[in-house]
Design a protein around this ligand. Sequence first.
Ligand SMILES: *Cc1c(COP(=O)(O)O)cnc(C)c1O
Length: 415
Amino acid sequence: MSHLFDTYVRMPISLVRGQGAWLFDDQDRRYLDALSGIAVCSLGHAHPRIAAALADQAARLIHTANIVHVPQQEALADRLAAISGLERSFIANSGAEAIECALKLARRHAHARHVANPAVLVASDSFHGRTLAALSASGNAAIQAGFGPLVDGFVRVPYGDPQAAAGAFANHPNLVAVLVEPIQGEGGVRVPPAGYLGTLRELCDRHDALLMLDEIQAGIGRTGRWFAFQHEPGLRPDVVTVAKALGNGVPIGACLAREEVAALLPPGSHGTTFGGNPLACRVALEVLAIMAEDDILARASRAGQRLLGRLRQELEGVAGVVEVRGRGLMVGVELAEPAGELKDAAMARGLILNITRGNVIRLLPPLIIDDEQVERIVQVVAELVREKFANSPSSAAVSRSSSGLIDSSALPSAG
Ligand SMILES: *Cc1c(COP(=O)(O)O)cnc(C)c1O
């Protein structure tokens, strides 16, 4: 009997070591990582520079608490400001904590404006984390079920719909902030229409509301830019949350804000014991340095185009495939039917991936992935999808494999 809470359905393997984009289990079987521990290990596993920075800092000083200056924390905030254009950072330990900080900024902003009953505009199918406020902000009934009363003060509109957001501002004069993901991750790798964030920016400007972007999954290079919002020219949010890839696996999160917005939280108004300790900040600084020096953003962009392009070649128009979409190395293949079983099927063929919203294959490989590894992902995913729908009577009739578009016999089977 396990003494752990039974909160996860886990794949039946134990991974014990990694090397670049490869993972090895306790039987020394090898898996290609197309998930990066959910968008975390963007530089791959066992990166020598990360290991060295971690060991060096551990031998010097791990923790002091925020009762003193922490030079690594100051340096990290400098770097985050340089890459985001947001002058201030609060360093926390996780994504959900970064979201809590953002939501507290929204409440402070409301009180400064004397809005009595403030609300934050959020989107359908969003995911912002598992703390009470973060799950209340999330558009996912499953993660909220049984946890009521939820934190109130949220107005929800369909994601990616600028008219719906404008309508919400017209109907709710108490809106003080917007919180959205620039690309939805858990929501099924949904990329909003071009200009969506710009419209939200205009609405926020007109209504003195904060534009808060949750970049916890899409940020830190994943889409080929430091932040996904940087694909929209000239856009400047008020608040940005990051976490996942920032520490390449060492727990760290951050809430970034414009100078005037950060000023809403003066001394004593917010805090954390572990957050921003020398160890986590030293590693995050190393992550950002490696990404800059090794041109990781450009690599992610190129590998992402290749992955998306090859998946589209193999799968678009194939029975059972609704859409192949994404940006950079944040890619989703939406299927016409629930596909939870493909996670274990992929694992059996030596590929780690996951399924979101029941029917979207989500691919978040390390940003250091090479062309051959991209091709291996494409081959396994295409094989799994074709096999799934070849056996499904509803789609067999329209399978294009017989038309010559895809010749399944030409594909090598992946080990
Ligand atoms: C993972 C995630 C979170 C929550 O981060 P945790 O570190 O798990 O608390 C919040 N928002 C988005 C978009 C995420 O992908």
